[in-house]
Design a protein around this ligand. Structure first.
Ligand SMILES: [Ca+2]
Ligand SMILES: [Ca+2]
Ligand SMILES: [Ca+2]
Length: 287
């Protein structure tokens, strides 16, 4: 990534995406750092920054900082906002096939070394203007643990960016690219670039190091492999009274993992249905 050559653009109608939440066997959670509407419906418009500085082979990634209760977890869907400067007179972009989606456990530790790689997809086909949804459920992508930071990192690698690796300048101003939001970034380690070169040199860098203040719009739908296992002290995947107590503690503190067990009354709302949901999950047991 050469610079944060940014272009404010209308990303209207950035996809009407329904997230499936009704699987009987697992609790699913949408992980997102960005400030776009969760359902991806922008009415009348969403605005973001097109990050045009990506070069071939570079990766833009979102990190999700969790805690040990979430693991092991399965990545069910990855969602990527992909857009070009249509508001500036560009037609449909021609660079809609990119290298792939990569899932890592833990955060980058600095330098060129990747965090532990969990999954890499084949090349992906994107559609500009939409929050592209990639269903990975059949790929059985399991993150056993989140490393020392209890985190996952999900990136898209460019095969065809707006800035070719040889030049370092934007040669295709109508190329589609990854988007960041405009309402700031609460945490500088949530959005990352794996650079091949540029002013900071090759390696993993927070996007803020390039002057980007927003959050990258890459999201994931995940499901803990054993949702009810809130207390890990008895060893991996074992259910006992301590899981009930840990759930109770989490519920009282409005913890998301507890209070989004049931989202029938809305996300982030803690009520009796979450208790019932937990009870059902506990009784259903673990794989
Ligand atoms: Ca933000
Ligand atoms: Ca347990
Ligand atoms: Ca709830």
């Amino acid at each position: 990534m050469r610079d944060s050559w940014k272009l404010a653009a209308c990303v209207a109608g950035c996809g009407a995406l329904a997230v499936a939440c009704d699987r009987a066997s697992a609790q699913e959670f949408l992980l997102m750092n960005d400030g776009f509407p969760a359902a991806g419906v922008c009415n009348p418009a969403c605005t973001g920054n097109l990050q045009m500085g990506f070069e071939e082979r570079e990766i833009g990634a979102a990190a999700f900082i969790l805690d040990e209760r979430w693991f092991p977890l399965q990545i069910l869907n990855v969602q990527i906002l992909w857009f070009n400067n249509q508001a500036g007179g560009c037609g449909a972009p021609t660079n809609n096939i990119q290298e792939g989606i990569f899932v890592y456990s833990d955060l980058p530790q600095g330098g060129v070394a990747d965090p532990h790689l969990v999954y890499g997809s084949p090349p992906i086909q994107l559609t500009a203007g939409f929050l592209n949804n990639f269903d990975l459920e059949s790929e059985n992508v399991i993150v056993e643990n989140g490393g020392v930071n209890d985190s996952i990192l999900i990136g898209m690698q460019f095969a065809d960016g707006a800035a070719p690796a040889s030049g370092g300048v934007v040669t295709d101003p109508c190329a589609a690219t990854l988007v960041t939001d405009l309402n700031g970034a609460p945490n500088p380690v949530l959005s990352w670039v794996k650079a091949t070169g540029g002013p900071l040199g090759p390696g993993w860098w927070p996007m803020s190091a390039f002057g980007v203040s927003g959050d990258i719009v890459i999201r994931a739908v995940v499901a803990p492999v054993c949702y009810a296992d809130f207390d890990k002290s008895a060893g991996a995947i074992s259910l006992d009274i301590f899981d009930f107590l840990a759930f109770q503690t989490a519920f009282v503190s409005n913890d998301r993992l507890a209070c989004d067990c049931d989202t029938g009354t809305g996300r982030g709302l803690c009520d009796i249905f979450d208790f019932l949901c937990f009870q059902n999950a506990f009784v259903a047991g673990c794989p």
